[in-house]
Design a protein around this ligand. Structure first.
Ligand SMILES: NC(=O)c1ccc[n+]([C@@H]2O[C@H](COP(=O)([O-])OP(=O)(O)OC[C@H]3O[C@@H](n4cnc5c(N)ncnc54)[C@H](O)[C@@H]3O)[C@@H](O)[C@H]2O)c1
Length: 129
């Protein structure tokens, strides 16, 4: 039996990078993967890769992890499809780094929203189901 057989894994940011790698790995371990990303077509591409390997994945979306309604609807689709959530991998994020004297405040606010608020929104939505 695989380590995550039948477990439902919610993974954000599955279009590329670490999120795509996590989605493929979780699926290889038997998890039912619910992915999502702003880059919806690329995230669906990850879903296709999983299916090609015999795994199961769903990609409701597009997902914006900085938008509460979007996150809630993503989580709701996961629960509707698979009956619950066992694992939450809060991966999606984006940063605008730079010196405090050279970058506008909007860049800082963008990073806080994409890297921190997104975690709170995702965990809160998942825990409420
Ligand atoms: N790569 C590193 O060295 C490193 C180090 C520390 C932390 N991280 C963090 O790990 C996470 C993944 O890193 P990565 O290197 O794979 O990054 P990446 O940029 O390759 O992938 C991030 C994914 O998140 C998606 N995304 C961004 N904002 C989104 C939003 N608002 N809603 C939905 N999807 C969104 C992007 O479209 C992308 O597919 C990021 O949060 C990153 O900050 C990365």
């Amino acid at each position: 039996m695989k380590r995550l057989e039948g477990k439902v894994a919610l993974i954000s940011g599955t279009a590329r990078g670490r999120g795509r790698a996590a989605a493929l790995r979780f699926a290889a371990e038997g998890a039912l993967v619910v992915g999502g990303d702003l880059l919806h077509e690329e995230a669906v591409g990850t879903q296709r890769l999983i299916a090609r390997e015999g795994g199961t994945a769903l990609t409701p979306g597009p997902l914006d992890v900085t938008d509460e309604a979007s996150v809630r609807s993503w989580v709701a689709e996961a629960v509707d499809a698979f009956g619950g959530i066992d694992v939450v991998c809060v991966n999606a994020g984006a940063v605008r780094f730079g010196g405090i004297d050279s970058r506008p405040y909007e860049d800082c606010a963008f990073t806080v929203r994409a890297e921190l608020d997104s975690v709170r929104l995702t965990v809160r939505a998942a825990c409420s189901r």
